[in-house]
Design a protein around this ligand. Structure first.
Ligand code: NDP
Length: 398
């Protein structure tokens, strides 16, 4: 009997709710709660089984505590926004419930994300015998698990990793983001950092560009280096890593729009005065852009997200590429969402299954690479995301 409370009825919340509802053997009672009740009800109406829905402001800890006390779930799956992470963790601590999320905490007024705020909860979770699993999406999430698999099975020592995220899909809009536009734009416009020789090296966002030949017919695409949160936990928990970089594909069209939006100030996160009212430009922009949840029927093509890990095996240099390919339209047929939401939502549910089944369970605050990768990847495959492994391929150093 595992009651679960999902918080956040956006693009990812839709996939998480669908996938939990597919496994009534594990998730015996599901509640979907969010700021806007109508969004929860719209998702609930798509399902073959009944679930509960609720309205909650996840920035209001007493409100969350009341809801959790009424529902008494075993686990809270947080797929609201990174701004809510600490409030939901506080409510979980107060009510004695386990916690899982897909993105690390980010303060609303500072475009900076790092794990320090959530790692600071370590002792409090441990003391109460509770578990928090951080970053159980795809990247972070599965990319951490792929790195752990490389370390467990394919390499004796992981020395370098390149995490490469390609979206070879198109949605037909001149400009749209595949997940929450505010979070997405804050992420890609932040200063770039990569790990080299024991420290993070800073560079201009998207200034480093390479071409990568993606597998299974996806072919060559431009990839751009940016900072991504899993590098912080990976270099901490796998200290043999000397170099870690994160790369993402962007179309020329996306980059052109982003540059103009930045130049005219539309990506600013501070308040500006407009006709006697205070507005935050990036939030206004979010209101104008297509809702990522609406891209499902339009998006065609595939995603390819994976990790190239290089290091030593039996004294010799070796590399391994571990990746997943996901088709936007197949995701839409299954759960009514495009592949970016799908590849994030499915690992969140698999992380939940790991916790509820006891395969991954320990009091404290954990990142994904700290657990055995193999049981996770077995369930991930069953739940719709398969893993490809190519040992010793010919990939250039990036
Ligand atoms: P959306 O904006 O589509 O959805 C977020 C939902 O959270 C909305 O329904 C919103 O409600 C709700 N919400 C926001 N604030 C509150 C609040 N104070 N109280 C209650 N509910 C609230 O975002 P996505 O679904 O695209 O993204 C969800 C999360 O997934 C983000 O944290 C994102 O960073 C993460 N993510 C992780 C990835 C990974 O691979 N690890 C990849 C992509 C995303 P309302 O609609 O009423 O505003």
């Amino acid at each position: 009997m595992s009651k679960v409370l999902i918080i956040g009825a956006g693009g990812i919340g839709q996939v998480v709710t669908h996938k939990c509802a597919q496994r009534p053997d594990i998730f015996t009672e599901i509640t979907l709660a969010s700021r806007t009740l109508a969004k929860c009800d719209a998702i609930a109406a798509q399902l073959a089984i009944p679930i509960r829905t609720a309205q909650v402001d996840a920035d209001n800890v007493p409100e969350l505590v009341t809801l959790i006390r009424v529902l008494q779930p075993k686990l809270v799956i947080n797929v609201a926004l990174p701004y809510q992470d600490l409030h939901i963790m506080d409510a979980c601590l107060e009510t004695g419930v386990d916690y899982l999320d897909t993105a690390n905490y980010e303060p609303l007024d500072l475009a900076k994300f790092e794990y320090s705020w959530q790692w600071a909860y370590q002792e409090r979770f441990r003391a109460k015998g509770l578990m928090a699993l951080l970053g159980s999406g795809f990247d972070p999430g599965v990319t951490n698990v792929y790195t752990a698999l490389a370390a467990k099975k394919y390499l004796d020592l992981v020395e370098e990793i390149d995490i490469i995220d390609a979206n070879a899909g198109s949605h037909g809009h001149p400009f749209a983001t595949n997940f929450n536009p505010e979070i997405n734009i804050r992420e890609v416009t932040a200063m770039c950092r990569h790990w080299e020789d024991g420290r993070f090296v800073e560079s201009q966002p998207l200034a480093t560009k390479r071409t990568f030949d993606f597998p299974q017919g996806l072919g060559p695409m431009n990839i751009y280096r940016l900072y991504h949160e899993e590098m912080e936990s990976l270099v901490k928990h796998l200290p043999s890593i000397k170099k870690a970089q994160f790369w993402m594909t962007f179309s020329d069209n996306y980059l052109k729009h982003l540059e103009v939006l930045q130049n005219v100030g539309m990506t600013r996160i501070d308040e500006v005065e407009f006709q006697g009212q205070k507005i935050v430009p990036i939030r206004f922009l979010k209101a104008l852009l297509p809702d990522p949840g609406s891209l499902g029927p339009l998006t065609k093509g595939k995603t390819c997200i994976g990790v190239i890990a290089r290091g030593l095996k039996e004294g010799k240099r070796k590399q391994v590429y571990i990746y997943n390919i996901c088709d936007h339209q197949e995701c839409y047929r299954e759960v009514g969402s495009q592949a970016i939401s799908y590849t994030t939502g499915v690992p969140a549910v698999v992380g939940a299954i790991m916790m509820l089944s006891g395969k991954w369970r320990a009091p404290g605050v954990w990142n994904m690479e700290q657990f055995d990768p193999e049981p996770f990847l077995e369930v991930l495959d069953i739940m719709g995301l398969s893993t490809n492994v190519v040992e010793g391929g010919e990939w250039p150093e990036l």
